[in-house]
Design a protein around this ligand. Structure first.
Ligand code: MGD
Ligand code: MGD
Ligand code: SF4
Ligand code: MO
Length: 739
């Protein structure tokens, strides 16, 4: 028996595991590596035997395939990797000559694939048109961290059970999504910290919490402003820090006067007493910590203000104004790039200075925060503090997905002719799937290359479908992406089966065929060596050491010596960069684009507020529906609905129901639950059915239950970064047979 020390990447929690392999080379067991900081919380249902099932699953793609029929017709021919790479490179070469490098677009997922390689390739090729799912996850908080603080805060690291006195889980579902960090929260609570949860549903975390604010979806910006109103008017903020290190206080103070707890009670459905209590607790039980929350990125923009922007700006200001930055038990910055050679090796300098690129990304004009002008401003602001800049450029410069689909369909602002999807099931995960379908089928799209573990509704719309190696088949290096305070490495457990390849191989092979010779080390291990070189340790030396990780030491109050990475060197409550880019620099609250208040007429026909953001521990987005052991436990998508609402609608638990918006209808099953407000329903996202035919028009049942096929498409309502609204919209619900 051989045991390998690996990092599970079945989801982006990156738990440390011990992979047991028998004499025949078969993976037989996966156990937590409790000697590792990332192994102590144990494994979840997606790892262990489920990951082994996945590794050997019959649905896995094992050889490169080339389309023979129409796109989506399901006719394929097996080809070799060299043939696939030669043909793809030839097409890209021609597109680059005919339409420019910007006509090639990369669409990635949520970073499990180590998007560094795709960015590296795009930077060298000369296309700024990169989308990856960070845009939906946390980039709104990230970008706001950069604008207000000069660097984003880490998601989790900083919270210390013995030190942190108050934790707010805000728009996140930690018990399901981040089980390791959730244990940290519970430990802190056990040792006296106050745990507060802000969520329209009574989640497990809300049940464990001291205070649960059951907010009306999409109104977090108003709540944040009311908390600031209390904290400022009751003089509970950190005066020394604010006077010395923050700008924009007076304007902020004026603006929050319009958001008294009394007024905000009506907007958020949270009582003024609760608003005051939470504001006071957060400001006085210090150090205090506010988590990131994905739900908050999904509201879209209203007529009078940007619901996403106001929420993330208030959260960021709250962290600063109460003096929680770079203190023990508070927030730390995600600045590990200074210590490793990631930025240099990703060639981010080429984003600005590529000899062939003449245009900014397709979304740059409409959503200026992701333009190269913005990138330059951010670099200028942060250089005195962080000389290298930052590697998470893609959080910033990532193009809006809406703009990409639009550019394919309308050739506006210029044509996009090639799409690479890798680690992305875009047709399921992005808003308004119909448009994505039309774009991927468009005759002006010359080539779609997809690299995935399996056929999915998205990957079957490709011209070349390439088989990806899974986490057991590739080595791993984690920088600070996950928001943790350590670098860690993981061993490759087994050789890839059949013709599956590491994603790195794809980019390297494509690169060397397209003039990037000399840029791509032969193996990914050697690439990791380059990135780790400033630490004076090789990838394999770290892997073979007793403790295969490097802890990033927390440093406190560094701003006292070097200031903050903003244009003024201070925390800017009203960020000057946003102002320069033409945004409102105030955290101006606006109702979500569709709500009982912003669209009362629509609300008469579609009376329920639909949220879609809560994940479940069983599934990682659209993956795993074909893993029998998991599907048995969670067989179909569920719509959470309050029993009173269900009674009014004549719906019983387990009924098949229709969820309808003006854009269309889908089917899920009713799950009656007291945990949700009667005026709100929560639909499971990312559903499709791998057991159904994976070709047009069925496409794995993608139109049946996928919530994103009934969200809406209007750029006017995209948030400041260009994200389409995915949640906090309106719907109606009825029993399927009443149709
Ligand atoms: N098991 C599992 N784990 C995962 C993932 C997965 O798919 N499955 N995905 C990973 C990824 S990429 C991400 S981005 C993270 C996301 O992880 P989290 O940030 O924890 O996000 P969600 O699970 O989306 O939880 C969102 C919560 O916000 C609530 N919510 C909905 N609308 C609102 C609102 O208007 N205001 C507030 N305050 N709350 C609201 C929802 O009810 C839900 O409980 O999880 C990661 N971990
Ligand atoms: N309505 C609604 N929509 C949402 C959200 C929501 O809360 N509500 N959440 C948003 C968020 S935060 C995110 S992150 C996105 C997730 O969006 P996606 O990242 O598109 O989601 P997945 O369904 O996990 O699709 C990933 C695909 O990549 C494949 N894959 C996984 N790992 C690898 C790898 O290492 N290499 C390769 N080549 N392929 C791989 C998987 O098989 C799968 O087909 O969804 C977003 N969409
Ligand atoms: S939470 Fe589960 S699937 Fe995710 S890394 Fe940890 S063990 Fe793997
Ligand atoms: Mo995400």
């Amino acid at each position: 028996m051989i045991i390998k020390r690996a990092i599970c990447q079945q989801c982006s929690n990156w738990c440390a595991v011990l992979v047991h392999i028998d004499e025949t080379g078969k993976v037989i067991k996966i156990k937590p590596d409790i000697s590792h900081a990332f192994g102590k919380a144990g494994l979840c249902i997606k790892s262990g035997t489920s990951s082994i099932d996945f590794h050997y699953h019959k649905n896995r793609l094992n050889f490169p395939l080339k389309r023979t029929g129409e796109r989506g017709e399901g006719k394929w021919k097996k080809i070799s990797w060299p043939q696939a790479m030669d043909e793809i490179a030839n097409k890209f070469r021609k597109i680059k000559v005919d339409f420019g490098p910007e006509a090639v677009v990369y669409i990635g997922g949520d970073h499990r694939t180590n998007d560094a390689w795709s960015h590296r390739w795009c930077n060298l090729f000369g296309t700024p048109n990169v989308f990856y799912q960070g845009k939906n996850c946390g980039s709104a908080e990230f970008v706001m961290g950069m604008a207000v603080l000069g660097y984003p805060t880490l998601n989790h690291t900083g919270m210390e059970p013995d030190v942190t006195k108050c934790i707010i889980i805000w728009g996140a579902n930690y018990s399901e999504t981040h089980h390791r960090n959730y244990k940290l929260c519970l430990n802190a609570k056990r040792r006296g910290a106050i745990l507060i949860v802000i969520d329209p549903r009574k989640t497990k975390a809300a049940e464990d919490a001291d205070i649960h604010l059951q907010i009306r979806p999409g109104t977090d910006g108003a709540l944040g402003l009311a908390m600031l109103n209390v904290i400022i008017n009751e003089n509970l903020y950190d005066k020394d820090f604010t006077e010395k290190w923050c700008s924009g206080f007076e304007e902020l103070k004026d603006y929050v006067q319009g958001f008294s707890p009394e007024k905000v009670e009506k907007i958020t459905w949270i009582s003024q007493e609760d608003i005051k209590e939470v504001a006071r607790t957060y400001a006085t039980k210090k150090p205090s910590f506010i988590t990131w929350g994905t739900a908050i990125a999904h509201f879209g923009k209203g007529e009078k203000g940007d619901s996403v922007k106001s929420a993330v700006q208030c959260k960021t200001i709250l962290r600063a104004i109460c003096g929680n930055l770079e203190v023990e038990g508070g927030h730390h910055f995600r600045d590990s790039d200074e210590k490793i050679a990631l930025i240099e090796n990703m060639h981010y300098d080429r984003i600005l200075n590529h000899p062939l690129r003449t245009r900014d990304s397709v979304g740059a004009e409409d959503f200026k925060i992701s333009s190269l002008t913005a990138y330059k401003l951010f670099l200028e602001a942060m250089r005195p503090t962080y000389p290298k800049g930052f590697s998470y450029v893609h959080f910033l410069t990532t193009t809006s997905s809406w703009s990409i689909w639009n550019a394919i369909l309308k050739r506006d602002p210029y044509p996009v002719r090639a799409v690479i999807t890798q680690g992305s099931n875009a047709l399921v995960s992005m808003g308004y799937s119909r448009k994505i379908y039309n774009a991927l089928k468009d005759k002006n799209l010359d080539i779609h290359v997809s690299m995935d573990f399996a056929m999915t509704p998205t990957s079957v719309l490709a011209d070349y479908l390439l088989p990806a190696a899974d986490w057991l088949e590739k080595p791993f290096f984690l920088g600070q992406f996950g928001g943790e305070n350590l670098y860690t490495v993981g061993e490759q457990s087994v050789e890839p089966l059949y013709d599956r390849k590491n994603d790195y191989f794809f980019w390297k092979e494509l690169g060397i065929r397209l003039g990037q010779e000399g840029y791509w080390p032969e193996t990914v291990d050697k690439m990791f060596d380059l990135i780790l070189s400033p630490l004076k340790i090789s990838f394999h030396a770290l892997l073979n050491s007793e403790e295969p990780w490097v802890v990033i030491k927390k440093e406190f109050k560094r701003y006292e010596k070097r200031g903050f990475g903003t244009l003024s060197g201070k925390v800017e409550f009203l960020p000057s960069i946003l102002h320069k880019l033409g945004y409102d620099s105030l955290p101006r609250y606006g109702e979500p684009p569709r709500s009982p208040i912003s669209t009362p007429n629509l609300a008469k026909e579609f009376p329920l507020i639909l949220i879609t953001s809560g994940r479940v521990r069983h599934y990682y987005f659209s993956m795993g529906r074909d893993i029998e052991s998991i599907r048995r436990r969670y067989p179909y998508p569920l719509l959470e609905i309050h029993p009173r609402t269900a009674l009014e609608l004549g719906v019983s638990d387990g009924d098949e129901i229709i969820i309808e918006t003006p854009e269309g209808k889908i089917t899920q099953k009713a799950k009656l639950s007291n945990r949700i407000d009667p005026r709100v329903v929560h639909a499971d996202s990312h559903w499709w059915y791998p057991e159904k035919p994976l070709k047009d028009p069925i496409l794995g049942g993608v139109w049946e239950s996928n919530i994103n096929s009934i969200t809406f498409d209007n750029p006017k309502y995209n948030s400041f970064e260009g994200d389409t609204p995915l949640s906090a919209i309106l719907c109606k619900v009825y029993k399927a047979k009443c149709k």
